[in-house]
Design a protein around this ligand. Structure first.
Ligand code: OGA
Ligand code: NI
Length: 319
């Protein structure tokens, strides 16, 4: 089996730039995932984020999670649970406007550190989007622009802990899904594993690696690239021992951004008439996704196509 793609971003500045761009391209085409090292975000900042996230979990979240498990009687389940996940989470929004100051129970220092981390991740996401553009033959800035809408991108962070689970075969840490948005940057626990992606019908571990950032591509990148890059199914298996921290940041289009395949990636004769992917407003996709997250993405694309053709046909039918 091939190895999970690891990209040393520092090599973009030297004579191995070409080879590194090729690894990124191969990862985007064949994995939908890759792991970044030497990404420029300071290890010290990452250590602080990790320490404060774990402290916050123990202080404010763990007890609540245990109570939830008890209330729902999850400790003793005997059959597969398909309607919830074995995770404890909270969300932070950074763009278009930060809501960090409104999130309850966070220490001021933790808010400050998460803001700083988010700013670094935002820059990294935009740098990565341009690397994708380069590999796709799109002009620099194309993806950033495609995500812009009227207020700029949506950028947010889901802070998760996957506590030890007595029945990981019956309750997933997080059920299989593709991510709806653009590009996702994940800072995951360096010791407790659990994240897996689906490749060639097999679940493959995304290996924990200290101070790395895992990148994956969401449904919007699949649409804009006309399927050249695909969003890939992934899931989290909770462990019977050990609590897994994961901090996933989602760099997504703005709510009113109109998403459609880049014209230069649509091959004239073959794709144009049997359009593979729909054109839609991103927030409409998110409304659909909210109810269908844990299902295959294809019916979501089909549903958006149906809406699109209604919109297009409407005025003609009325005339
Ligand atoms: C997600 C996700 C993975 C993880 O939140 O969409 O896939 O490791 N998270 O928490
Ligand atoms: Ni995901």
């Amino acid at each position: 089996m091939e190895n999970f793609p690891v990209i040393n971003l520092e090599k973009l500045n030297g004579e191995e730039r070409g080879a590194t761009m090729e690894i990124i391209k191969d990862a985007c085409e064949n994995w939908g995932f890759f792991e970044l090292i030497n990404h420029g975000i300071s290890h010290e900042l990452m250590d602080t984020v990790e320490r404060m996230t774990k402290e916050h979990y123990q202080k404010c979240m763990e007890q609540r999670f245990k109570e939830l498990v008890a209330t729902k009687g999850l400790e003793g389940v005997q059959t597969e649970v398909n309607d919830l996940d074995w995770e404890s989470t909270f969300f932070l929004r950074h763009l278009p406007q930060s809501n960090i100051s409104e999130i309850p129970d966070l220490q001021d220092e933790y808010r400050k550190v998460m803001k700083e981390f988010a700013l670094k991740l935002e820059k990294l996401a935009e740098e990565l989007l341009d690397l994708l553009c380069e590999n796709l033959g799109l002009e620099k800035g194309y993806l950033k622009k495609a995500f812009h809408g009227s207020k700029g991108p949506n950028f947010g962070t889901k802070v998760s802990n996957y506590p030890p689970c007595p029945k990981p075969d019956l309750i997933k840490g997080l059920r299989a899904h593709t991510d709806a948005g653009g590009i996702i940057l994940l800072f995951q626990d360096d010791k407790v594993s659990g994240l897996q992606l689906l490749k060639d019908d097999q679940w493959i571990d995304v290996p924990p690696m200290r101070h790395s950032i895992v990148i994956n591509l969401g449904d919007q990148i699949e649409v804009i690239t006309n399927g050249k890059y695909k969003s890939v199914m992934h899931r989290v298996i909770a462990q019977t021992n050990g609590n897994r921290m994961s901090i996933a940041s989602f760099y997504n289009p703005g709510g009113d951004a109109v998403i459609y395949p880049a014209p230069t990636l649509v091959e004239k004769e073959s794709d144009e008439n049997n359009n593979l992917y729909p054109k839609f407003v991103f927030e409409d996709y998110m409304k659909l996704y909210a109810g269908l997250k844990f299902q295959a993405k294809e019916p979501r694309f089909e549903a958006m196509k149906a809406i699109e053709s209604n919109v297009n046909v409407g005025p003609i039918a009325a005339a």
